[in-house]
Design a protein. Structure first.
Length: 397
């Protein structure tokens, strides 16, 4: 007697579609913005201390700004969306994920989040490298899918007609590109090259005893005005072995056989590489929106003190970026979490404490406002029922 064979469907599990492609560690070459991302990241972030610090400052500050979920005017700490943002995946915390996200955005001008679904609901989030991602325009000209390439393989993410898209693409404004953003690092690329060149010049000067080089002039007898090839190679080797490098700085040069040393000095304009280096550093900081005072760059007196510069950094650079991200997250998750909004909780940011205290003082002194109106201005929920009674009893006491 034969029994029919039944196959059991494996249980559904969470798994990042893009993470499975990274094991081979061989990068693809997707279509990218005019500058190559890898080369720009290496020359800027990996080899330039100013660009590195700017990216870290913006990414770490923006990731430290708390994101909360508001529904029906109240903050819900135990909301499923809040849980997802605080614990996006087993490998990262919410702050670590956002730091990578903001770092990619500052370096590439584009940042991508992948949503992993279980039972039709988003349960995990991953930040994907932007140089491995391609946008695929649809019939309307706007992207209707994304292709992630790594290790010679690729996976395609298609936007559904309804529901949450598997990819969130956040990009900075680019005036000549419809699908990719322009990064601050790319805008500051010329200044990064200048700063790197000044650093290389300074290193070469130190290797050459920290002084301008000179020339050896040979005055041979009549009929032998030039050195032979053997004499030239021997003299060059002796100079490299005995007089090159900072360890040999100041060693006297012993000359014979009609050799004369003539020093070659540099003009003040040629020696002005330090001023050019500091100017390039300020331009790099300007592209990222970081006050040069926070980086210790000399010659910038725009702000009277460090505290004022830090406040301007948060208000002009960090908060607009965080609010833009919060609005993008709200729109991305709107089909799954209807009525929920992701907002930046500015009341928990230490850098804004002085300004927040001044605002609280002004609002508390406004006698023409009711308590609920004051609380609404400060972003707090209104006093109702028992809470209002307790507040009144506290005032009577």
């Amino acid at each position: 007697m034969r029994f029919p064979l039944f196959t059991r469907r494996p249980p559904e599990a969470k798994a990042s579609a893009a993470k499975a492609l990274i094991a081979l560690q061989r990068l693809g070459q997707p279509v990218w913005t005019p500058r190559d991302y890898v080369s720009l990241a290496r020359a800027g972030y990996e080899k330039n201390v100013i660009a590195y610090r700017c990216v870290r400052l913006v990414a770490e500050a923006a990731a430290s700004a708390p994101l909360t979920v508001v529904e029906d005017g109240a903050v819900h700490c135990d909301h499923p969306l809040a849980t997802l943002l605080n614990h996006p995946n087993p490998e990262q915390s919410g702050a670590a994920l956002l730091e990578s996200f903001y770092g990619f955005l500052q370096t590439a001008g584009n940042a991508y989040l992948e949503a992993v679904f279980l039972d039709g609901a988003p349960r995990e989030l991953y930040a994907l490298r932007p140089d491995r991602m391609k946008t695929r325009p649809g019939p309307s000209g706007w992207p209707d899918s994304y292709e992630y390439c790594a290790g010679g393989r690729s996976v395609r993410f298609v936007k559904p007609a309804e529901g949450v898209s598997p990819i969130l693409h956040l990009r900075l404004f680019h005036p000549t590109n419809d699908h990719y953003g322009l990064s601050p690092l790319e805008a500051a690329a010329s200044s990064v090259d200048l700063h790197n060149a000044a650093t290389a010049w300074n290193k070469a000067l130190l290797d050459n005893a920290a002084r301008p080089s000179g020339a050896l002039v040979y005055k041979g007898p009549e009929g032998a005005e030039n050195l032979t090839s053997e004499q030239f190679d021997r003299l060059k080797a002796e100079l490299e072995d005995a007089y090159q490098g900072s360890a040999n700085a100041g060693r006297p040069l012993v000359l014979d056989g009609g050799l004369e040393w003539r020093s070659m000095s540099l003009s003040p304009a040629e020696m002005d590489f330090l001023a050019a280096k500091n100017g390039a550093a300020r331009e790099i900081a300007l592209a990222f929106g970081v006050p040069p005072m926070l980086l210790g760059i000399p010659g910038d007196n725009t702000y009277s003190n460090y505290k004022e510069a830090n406040l301007a950094f948060w208000k002009q650079t960090v908060l607009p970026l965080v609010k833009k991200t919060a609005a993008a997250l709200t729109g991305w998750f709107a089909p799954a979490f209807k009525g929920a909004q992701v907002v930046c909780q500015t009341s928990d940011i230490d850098a804004l404490s002085a300004e927040r205290d001044a605002m609280w003082m002004r609002v508390s002194r406004a006698e023409f406002l009711t308590d609920d109106e004051k609380r609404a201005i400060l972003g707090l929920a209104p006093l109702t029922g028992a809470a209002e009674a307790e507040a009144m009893e506290g005032d009577d006491a």
